[in-house]
Design a protein around this ligand. Sequence first.
Ligand SMILES: O=C(O)c1ccc(O)c(O)c1
Ligand SMILES: [Mg+2]
Length: 629
Amino acid sequence: MKTSIATVSISGDLEQKLAAIAAAGFAGVEIFENDFLAFDGSPAEVGRMVRDHGLEVTLFQPFRDFEGMPEPLRGRNFDRAERKFDLMQELGTDLMLICSNVSPVALGGIDRIAADFLELGERAARRNLRVGYEALAWGRHIHDHRDAWEVVRRADHANIGLILDSFHTLARRIDVNSIRSIPGDKIFIVQLADAPQIEMDLLYWSRHFRNMPGEGDLAVIDFMRAVAATGYDGYLSLEIFNDQFRGGSPSAISVDGHRSLVYLMDRVSRLEPDIAIQVPAMPDRARVESVAFIEFSADEEEGGQLAALFSAMGFERAAEHRSKRVTLYRQGGIRLVLNTEDKGFAASSYLVHGATAYALGLKVDDARAAFERALALGAECFEQAVGPDEITMPAIRGVGGGVIYFLDDTAGLARIWDVEFIPHAAVADTAPAGLIAIDHVAQTVKYDEMLTWLLFYTSTLAAHKTPMVDIVDPAGLVRSQVVENAEGTLRVTMNGAENRNTLAGHFITETSGSGIQHLAFSTGDIFATADALRRNGFVTLAITPNYYDDVEARFGLDPELTERLKSRNILYDRDEHGEYFQLYSPTFGEGLFFEIVERRGYRGYGAPNAIFRIAALRRHLRPAGMPRR
Ligand SMILES: O=C(O)c1ccc(O)c(O)c1
Ligand SMILES: [Mg+2]
């Protein structure tokens, strides 16, 4: 498969853009005229720069307001096109993109437009150039790829073809199956973009909110299936107008872009196995069976505090690592690993981020396959020296530089706990609290990394994302989106912080980056759990009495239930599937905390309660500017 990206999709000057695009693995680049105009060098120099990076110029664009014009504008447009043909020849590309005319004086008329393209085709042919016609969703007369195709068909010239752009087709909800009857060789290039589903003016939506395939809500897979069915096997070119990307990291955005194309085509080739496009072979998305463990890094002192907290939550100190200062805590199906080594990755993570949950172990159907797929999608492999009796778990780097380990039932990996750890003779300092499993892992990320990690998870693991919700923090909005699988065995909530004053923003600032901010454990009986926790000396986050008045009124709760909730600081929510109960620990360190939930059919995450628990959690934070500990 041949991948390309338009220079407008990323930030930086032309040199920075090309370097990032090449490093991410693209083969081609669309040169946007403005990037060229702003560059202090000749077209030939730009062409050389592109080729020096091992890239090809896939097209030059955009040429605007060409077709269906009255004289003398029509004549001038041909002169203008000839000038750009000169430039293209110097640049070293044979394809020009003409987007449909938006001028109020454009005359329209499909045969008039076709005649203009026939004449331009003749001129292009003299120079061995080609021209592709793209219907902008807001074009004056042509705003549907079916009409653009009719123009191309009537022009009937070898050097005139069609350019498809998923945004324009999908934004207008045009039936993508209409693409299946277009001959593949008349499609000169395919541009791809996704976008979040928001109701707004088409032009504004397109120019500011496009994102990478798989990052938005449009049916880009269906679009691409239809394109693939035509036999098309040319470039797949990202054209992403996005305000955030324009200001983002050129390399990170390029890596996301490349991943999005590989992932898209992986999905398409599984649905349409006979397509002409060659798609890299890789294992299918990994099925997550459970969150097998969470590993914390800390020094001795904070490690002791965390251990006390685990103990208060009813965890049993189950085993010690044979050779390292690593302790395994267990309760129900939950494993927490506390690493207080002063060497190795955990120690360096502690130095940089403080006491955090730096690693996530996922039990998948096939750990090797999950690892291979992640690498094929551009994930960074994680390796560190293992001791003589230790097992190497396949691992990659995840959010905030943390680690994701893959485990499975194969003999080598399933035995890890027995091989590496020595069990304790029952040392339960406290009574179990009925915790069963990890309900969800909550990661806090910088807002402009949200799309990166959503794509990372959904492309690697068999999981989907849910719509974004706003979480109201007294100090600002936090955007929250969930990655989960249908079985409910993987639930990762991602909170994107835009400003450092929010609880999430504070966590990012003070721990030097994104990471796991809280863990939610499930229980089958939140009231019994709350009582057990209390007996263990666990301090529950205090919720205001005002909350309970409101919740009782809002849901029409039995006052007796309200009282049971209130006396235990349990929050309540309900959706069409059932009820939800939550309680929280105060924050530990720079904002790490724990949650305990009981789901009675409920599918959400208690978003309406977030404002109340955030306000309460904030009361425990170290004031800004005060030294750590
Ligand atoms: O927003 C635009 O004007 C514009 C220009 C060229 C394109 O290929 C496109 O999809 C949009
Ligand atoms: Mg386009």
